[in-house]
Design a protein around this ligand. Sequence first.
Ligand code: BGC
Length: 255
Amino acid sequence: MSEQNPTLAFGIDIGGSGVKGALVDVSTGTQVTERKRIATPQPSTPDAVAEVVRELIHAENWDGPVGITVPAVVRQQVTKTAANIDKAWIDTDVQELFRHHLGEQRDITVLNDADAAGMAEVRFGDQKARTGSVMMLTFGTGIGSALLMDGNLYPNTELGHMKMKKTTAEKYASSKVRDDEELSYKEWAKRVNKVMERYSELFNPQTFIVGGGISRKADKWVPYLTIEQEVIPAKLRNEAGIIGAALAVHEGLRP
Ligand code: BGC
């Protein structure tokens, strides 16, 4: 497929356990090809992961723009951290990396996964996602965060790494921790609530949005949260990263 339709862009979401992608119509925020997932290669070096990205795009024969999320700080298209991916990502020029694997002529944007999810919720999610101060949190291998004010993003906030009880927020309350420690939804929600209380003390957002794979089961744990603010499950669920990535490249965003 080629770039016939100017509202199409490919979205790729790189995670600690899987690399997912689909072609997205950014005018509607919908995936127009079936979402495909390939396990994140181990070790998850930049070259190995970029090859998987190439495979996903190649499977759809797509030669147009590609937006890519990574679970890392991305400053001026250079990854600066690597918590749940190979340390070789630190200080990688991701424009250069993906141009090398996907083609020099292609339009590419790389951004943090939670930031992409936040952008997608602003555009296609609940009206409250674009109103006032909003903190979006994604629960998966780690905890991702996006800070938004009237829909404008402040990127790379990395609140999952906030110190908590001799550990960090994401090592205490990510969705992976719930699996690893076999916590019930109620037990896990108690931890999530503690994390959100800390965030609330420091940032006082008007609204929280909770996303990541576990937001599909929001009814099982969100009711246990006692935080004062309204907590809204992400409308785009686990697809927010892919859609946000496509949106970012379409808008020429380079956080
Ligand atoms: C990473 C973040 C990412 C989050 C969710 C954290 O470990 O540092 O960049 O947004 O996981 O994937």
